[in-house]
Ligand binder design. Structure first.
Ligand SMILES: Nc1ncnc2c1ncn2[C@@H]1O[C@H](COP(=O)(O)OP(=O)(O)OP(=O)(O)O)[C@@H](O)[C@H]1O
Length: 246
C-alpha cells in the first residue's frame, strides 16, 4: 500500500483545468521528485495534498485515511510537513530559538505539555542540528546565515514537528554547487527515516536524490520511473525544450 495515494485528482478554476486526473502512489521511505515544465501543476498538487487548496474532485489518502479537503492544520497534525520555497525563519532570533519556535508549534499534544524545556527538545536539537549541519551555528542570528544555511534551518524546523511525509518546494533554488551537494547529502540521510516528495527543476540534484521521478505536464502524469527511464522517455523529451530535461 502506498503511504500516500492520490487518486484521479482534479482542480479547476472556472473553465481552466489545472490538475487533470492526476494519480500518484508514494511508497514509505522513498524519495519522489516531482518535475515538469513551468505551469505543469506541481505546486498546485502540493497545495492539494497539504490542504492549502481544495480539489474539485478526486481523493488524497494518507495511510489509507481519506484526507481530501481537510484543513491544512489537520493534515499537518496527521504527519505531513511542508517546506516552502520562500524562507519562513525568524531572522532576529538565533538558530536555536528558531528550532525552539518550530518545536513549540508541534502538533503533538503530549509534547505541548512539556514544551521545549524537556530532554526531548535537546535530543531532537542535537539530532536535527547534526543532520542540517548547523550544530556550530546554534547561537548565530538566523538573519546572518547564508542562503544555504537558511534553507537547511527551514528543513530542520519542519523536521522538529516530526512529519512522516515531507514535502519540499524547490529546496535548492538559488544555492551554490557546494550548497546543492550538501543538500543532496542531507536528503539522502533524511530518506532513511522519512518519506519525501520534492518539487525540483535542477535535474542534477534530482539525479543525486530521487528513487522515483514523476513527470507532470498540463496537470497530468506524463511519465514515472527512475531518472534514466524518465530522461530517455520520448514524451518527456518532447515537452522539454531542446529535447533535453533541464
Ligand atoms: N489561483 C489560480 N487561479 C488560476 N490559475 C491558477 C491559480 N493558481 C495557479 N494557476 C495556474 O495553474 C497552472 C499550474 O500552476 P503551478 O504553480 O501548480 O505549476 P508549477 O508546475 O508548480 O509551475 P512552476 O514550475 O513554474 O512553479 C499555471 O498555469 C498557473 O498559472
Amino acid at each position: 500500500m502506498g503511504m500516500l495515494e492520490i487518486r484521479d485528482l482534479n482542480k479547476s478554476y472556472d473553465a481552466i483545468h489545472i490538475i487533470n486526473g492526476f494519480s500518484l502512489d508514494v511508497t514509505e521511505l522513498t524519495l519522489c521528485c516531482l518535475v515538469g515544465p513551468n505551469g505543469a501543476g506541481k505546486t498546485t498538487t502540493m497545495d492539494l495534498i497539504t490542504g492549502r487548496q481544495k480539489p474539485t474532485s478526486g481523493q488524497v489518502l494518507f495511510y489509507g485515511d481519506d484526507i481530501t479537503g481537510l484543513d491544512e492544520h489537520e493534515i499537518a497534525r496527521r504527519g505531513i510537513g511542508r517546506k516552502f520555497q520562500v524562507p519562513a525563519v525568524l531572522k532576529d532570533l538565533s538558530v536555536r530559538e528558531n528550532f525552539q519556535v518550530a518545536y513549540s508549534r508541534t502538533t503533538n499534544p503530549l509534547r505541548n505539555i512539556f514544551k521545549f524545556h524537556s530532554k526531548g527538545f535537546e535530543r531532537k536539537l542535537d539530532e536535527i542540528g547534526t543532520l542540517a549541519g548547523l550544530n556550530e551555528r546554534l547561537d548565530t542570528q538566523a538573519g546572518l546565515l547564508s542562503h544555504g544555511e537558511t534553507q537547511w534551518l527551514e528543513i530542520g524546523m519542519v523536521l522538529m514537528q516530526d512529519p512522516r511525509l515531507l514535502l519540499m518546494d524547490e529546496p535548492v533554488a538559488g544555492m551554490t554547487e557546494i550548497e546543492i551537494e550538501k543538500t543532496a547529502r542531507i536528503f539522502n540521510q533524511l530518506k532513511k527515516t522519512h518519506t519525501l516528495i520534492v518539487v525540483e527543476h535542477d535535474m542534477g540534484f534530482v539525479r543525486e536524490i530521487a528513487d522515483v521521478v514523476t513527470v507532470m505536464h498540463m496537470g497530468s502524469l506524463l511519465a514515472q520511473g527512475t531518472i534514466s527511464q524518465v530522461e530517455s522517455n520520448p514524451r518527456v523529451k518532447e515537452v522539454y525544450l531542446g529535447n533535453e530535461v533541464h
